[in-house]
Write a protein that binds this ligand. Structure first.
Ligand SMILES: Nc1ncnc2c1ncn2[C@@H]1O[C@H](COP(=O)(O)OP(=O)(O)OP(=O)(O)O)[C@@H](O)[C@H]1O
Ligand SMILES: [Mg+2]
Length: 350
């Protein structure tokens, strides 16, 4: 199903604060310590929590950790990415349907709410729910019961709802993208996950964590990253946050020699300091076949930039547009012009 992840293996092992973080959430900068302290307080309650932060900061990891900290941890954790589901399927996806509720509905199907019963429902990109679905969601939260599409039976619910948003909730409210009543219902607590650039002191710990994790996954034993690599990583603004860092480390782990250390050569070119070679000599890397005499054209550079940003945002075009300071429509137009597929945003599920 698009945008849906469902599993019950969320128990985050030994859940408590350690020197490296809280459960699976690595990081002990002052900003992260504050977040983790709040998580330890609100986790065990049944309160709704709104998790706010840029793309790739770890909102889903925070949600899974809150679930693991709660008395519902043995119950299911169901994640649904509201942005990834076509509007026409949303209500069927959330509330389920009876047989024959619409063309193609050949059997009764449980929706996310029902699947999450006695557990936690995580609504990712909540602000992208259409207003009608927001109203219906609010009704379910208040009445603690719902009906499947075309269903007569009123089903009782015992679900904790966690919601995530990539943008500032106050702004979304002012723009009318989020219903105020739903916002105040979900916003019993707001947890802000800081951007990676606001906690660069965590880079060495995160890099070490990912080198170990991805080394294991790729069958390599590595010594970590060189000081020059850490310096280069610290100079970068990380628009795609921890997800982007994980991708950079994964690439480096694959390129690095077994038993060795990750060096500058294993980083993508945009991490390397500009070379002091004078203009006009062989300093320009022939990055694209579209270029003339090794110099990439503006169009090729734009294409590279857009594709790289989409990779960072998990193919989320709205976020990519925001990061690049262009309109979402421009991204769609460009992808169409380059005959590239316009897939919906993938749901990150790890
Ligand atoms: N503090 C952290 N420690 C370890 N891994 C992390 C941390 N933060 C994020 N990650 C990893 O980075 C990736 C992105 O995290 P996650 O999916 O939770 O971000 P997100 O905020 O939900 O992103 P999006 O807004 O795109 O949905 C995942 O692989 C996650 O495991
Ligand atoms: Mg997410």
């Amino acid at each position: 199903m698009p945008g849906q992840s469902h599993d019950a293996r969320t128990k985050a092992g030994s859940l408590g604060l350690t020197e490296t973080g809280l459960g699976l959430l690595v990081g002990r900068s002052p900003a992260m310590c504050e977040l983790q302290g709040l998580m330890l307080q609100v986790g065990p309650s049944s309160a709704s929590v709104l998790i706010v932060g840029e793309s790739g900061v770890g909102k889903e990891l925070v949600a899974r950790t809150l679930h693991a900290l709660s008395p519902r941890s043995e119950g299911p954790f169901v994640g649904v990415n509201c942005a990834a589901i076509p509007e026409t399927l949303l209500e069927a996806e959330l509330f389920g349907h009876e047989r024959g509720a619409f063309t193609g509905a050949e059997a009764r199907r449980a929706g996310c709410f029902e699947l999450a019963n006695h557990g936690t429902l995580f609504l990712d990109e909540m602000s992208l729910l259409p207003p009608a679905s927001q109203a219906k969601l609010l009704r379910v939260l208040e009445e603690r019961s719902f009906r499947r599409l075309r269903g007569a039976e009123e089903i009782k619910l015992d679900v904790r709802v966690l919601a995530a948003m990539g943008q500032d909730p106050e702004l979304a409210l002012r723009r009318g993208e989020v219903r105020a009543d739903l916002y105040y219902r979900l916003n019993v607590f707001t947890l802000r996950v800081p951007a990676l650039r606001e906690r660069l002191e965590e880079l060495p710990l995160l890099v070490e964590h990912f080198v170990r994790e991805l080394g294991r996954a790729n069958g390599k034993r590595l010594q970590g990253a060189s000081p020059a690599v850490l310096e280069a990583l610290e100079r970068y603004p990380w628009p795609g946050n921890v997800r982007e860092l994980r991708n950079v480390v994964e690439r480096a782990v694959i390129l690095a020699a077994d038993g060795g250390e990750i060096g500058l050569e294993e980083l993508p070119p945009h991490f390397l300091p500009p070379s002091p070679t004078p203009l006009g000599t062989a300093a320009v890397e022939p990055t694209s076949a579209d270029g003339v005499a090794g110099t990439p054209t503006l169009e090729a550079t734009l294409r590279d930039l857009i594709l790289r940003t989409l990779a960072v945002t998990g193919n989320n075009k709205t976020q990519a547009a925001k990061l690049l300071g262009i309109s979402t429509r421009t991204i769609y137009n460009k992808l169409r012009a380059w005959s590239l597929p316009l897939q919906p945003a993938a749901h990150e599920n790890q």
